[in-house]
Design a protein around this ligand. Sequence first.
Ligand SMILES: [Zn+2]
Length: 133
Amino acid sequence: MYNKVFDIRNDEYQKLSTELIKNFDLIGLEKLSVKNMIKNKRLSHSISQISWSRLVDMIKYKAEWYDKKCIQISKVFPSSKLCNKCGYKKEDLTLAIREWTCPKCRTKHDRDINASINILNEAIRINNECTTG
Ligand SMILES: [Zn+2]
């Protein structure tokens, strides 16, 4: 049973990582602290279900195969706390808050989508730094 679950999951990761690599030239990933996420009840279920690092490894080696870029963003980068529109940093954002409105520019944010945009922008910034010297 365990092997069957492993095989199905492995197959899903293979498909997902291949799809990402084929469709995107630059992939930004957050270096997640899995330990901290497991401490959080809301996140622990999905994290224990997914072996995040296995998926990240697949994306990394496939990026090399297909000459694509995979950039991992530092754990200290405040991806969830920054407003992707104006750069305001919401210091009091807790894990329980899934949506918030920027007090500076009034943009409404979905926590995960906002974080994704910030991670992508940071990956592009790092990539530009690397390519322009
Ligand atoms: Zn804002």
